[in-house]
Design a protein around this ligand. Structure first.
Ligand SMILES: C[S@@+](CC[C@H](N)C(=O)[O-])C[C@H]1O[C@@H](n2cnc3c(N)ncnc32)[C@H](O)[C@@H]1O
Length: 157
């Protein structure tokens, strides 16, 4: 149970986007030339090529060996790996200090997937501790749009 003596608190910022256009338009805003980026659900690498133009390094992953095979053929200079995005240990084993994570995994966009999306985000935030996670999930975007972090009147300046 969390209490005031709890020491660890993840500082990751979560950005919820709806649709691939919004997902990709975050790239020049959220990625800089020092970033090492992990991409989950890269399919055959279209978004990876855009990310690669803005960051120091990107490792793009997908659960489908067929997608990764095609991505490697199309973009031999980029780094692709077969990986289940829910396997955070496999992401840890990539052994990189990922500063940004991009997530576009099938099934996270539907409005019934809010809890799955939040648990995936918290798992990556707590284990890899990136500065930001950008996720293509209409569910998360809608949830975030209805959240307010309450500030007690006694703590306001
Ligand atoms: C909508 S596509 C991604 C499109 C890609 N991000 C782009 O912008 O071109 C969703 C991808 O999620 C992948 N996927 C599904 N379940 C996954 C999982 N558990 N881990 C990693 N990738 C997964 C699928 O194989 C598929 O390639």
């Amino acid at each position: 149970m969390a209490n005031k003596n709890q020491l660890f608190e993840a500082n990751t910022t979560f950005i919820g986007t709806r649709g691939v256009k919004e997902y990709r338009e975050t790239i020049p805003v959220w990625i800089n030339s020092n970033d090492i980026v992990l991409e989950l659900g890269c399919e055959w690498g279209t978004t990876t090529t855009l990310i690669a133009q803005h960051c120091k390094e990107v490792i793009a992953t997908d659960i489908s060996p067929k997608c990764i095979g095609r991505a490697r053929e199309m973009y031999p200079d980029l780094h692709f790996e077969v990986m289940d995005g829910f396997d955070v240990k496999a992401a840890l084993d990539l052994d990189k200090p990922f500063s940004k994570i991009y997530i576009d995994i099938s099934g996270l966009s539907g409005y019934n997937s809010t809890l799955d999306t939040i648990s995936l985000l918290m798992m990556y935030a707590n284990v890899l501790r990136p500065e930001a996670i950008i996720v293509k999930s209409g569910a998360l975007k809608r949830f975030a749009a209805h959240c307010i972090a309450w500030k007690s009147p006694s703590n306001r300046p």
